[in-house]
Design a protein around this ligand. Structure first.
Ligand code: AP5
Length: 214
C-alpha cells in the first residue's frame, strides 16, 4: 500500500497515519515529525527548518524533496509507505511522481481529509504530542491515562510551538493557498479520495480504509 495523506493542519493525518501504517505493515513517513526530530537534535536540517516552522510557513521545496526522496529509498519502504504532510505543493507532488515512476511503484491512493477550519483551531489548541515517539493526544477527546505522560512509551507530552492560535491560522492560510492545486493534480490522475474527517477517530479510520481500497 502506498498512500498519501492530504489535509489541513489538525485534520487527523498523524492520528490516522499510525493505525493505517500498522494495518498495512508499512512505515509512516511524516515530514513534520522528521523536521521536529532534527530540530530537537539541533542538526543542520533542523536549524534550516526552524524559522519556517515557527512562522507556520512551508520549508523550501528543494529541502523537503531531498529529504523525502532519500527516505523513500530506504529498504523498509519496499512494501509501501504512508506519507503524512508530503507533498504540500505542486513541485513536491511532481517530484514524488518522478521518484515513484523511476522505481515503478505508483501511488495506491491519496486520502484527502476535510474538516472545517474552526474545528481545526479548537483541536490544535488541545493537542499534545509525545516528545519521544510523537504519538498524538487531545486534552478534550483523547487525554493520556496519566497526565503529561505518553501511554505508549512513557515519554513527556509537550505542546507544539506552532499550535498557538495565530500560527495555526497562518498554517491554515498556507494550506488553503496550495490545496486546490494539489487536489486538482491528484484528481486528474484518478487518485484522490475525499474523506469527511469530522467524526470520531474510529469512524474516520473506517472511512479512510474504505477509501484506500476504492
Ligand atoms: P506537520 O507536522 O505536517 O503539520 P500539519 O500538516 O500542519 O499537520 P498537523 O500535524 O498539525 O495535523 P494532523 O493532520 O497530523 O493532525 P493530528 O492527527 O495531529 O508540519 C509542521 C510544519 O513542518 C509545517 O508548518 C511546515 O513548516 C513544515 N513542513 C512539514 N511538511 C512539509 C512539506 N511537505 N513542505 C514544506 N514544509 C513542510 O490531530 C490534531 C489534533 O486533533 C490532535 O489533538 C488529535 O488527537 C485530534 N484529532 C484527530 N482526529 C480527531 C477526530 N476525528 N476527532 C477529534 N479530534 C481529533
Amino acid at each position: 500500500m502506498r498512500l498519501v495523506l492530504l489535509g489541513p493542519p489538525g485534520a487527523g493525518k498523524g492520528t490516522q497515519g499510525h493505525p493505517l501504517a500498522e494495518r498495512y505493515g508499512v512505515p509512516l513517513i511524516s515530514t513534520g515529525d522528521i523536521f521536529r526530530t532534527h530540530l530537537s537534535r539541533g542538526t543542520a536540517l533542523g536549524v534550516q527548518a526552524k524559522d519556517y516552522m515557527e512562522r507556520g510557513e512551508l520549508v523550501p521545496d528543494d529541502v523537503v524533496v531531498w529529504m523525502v526522496v532519500g527516505r523513500l529509498a530506504e529498504p523498509d519502504t519496499e512494501n509501501g509507505f504512508i506519507l503524512d504532510g508530503f507533498p504540500r505543493t505542486l513541485p513536491q507532488a511532481r517530484a514524488l511522481g518522478e521518484a515513484l515512476e523511476e522505481r515503478e511503484t505508483p501511488l495506491s491512493a491519496v486520502l484527502n481529509f476535510n474538516v472545517d477550519d474552526e474545528v481545526l483551531v479548537k483541536r490544535l489548541a488541545a493537542r499534545r504530542i509525545c516528545g519521544d515517539c510523537q504519538r498524538t493526544y487531545n486534552l478534550d477527546l483523547k487525554p493520556p491515562q496519566e497526565e503529561g505522560i505518553c501511554d505508549v512509551c512513557g515519554g513527556k507530552l509537550i505542546q507544539r510551538s506552532d499550535d498557538e492560535e495565530e500560527t495555526v491560522r497562518r498554517r491554515l492560510d498556507v494550506y488553503h493557498e496550495e490545496a486546490g492545486r494539489l487536489s486538482d493534480y491528484f484528481g486528474e490522475k484518478g487518485l484522490l479520495r475525499k474523506i469527511d474527517a469530522d467524526g470520531t477517530v474510529d469512524e474516520v479510520l473506517e472511512r479512510a480504509i474504505e477509501a484506500a481500497h476504492t
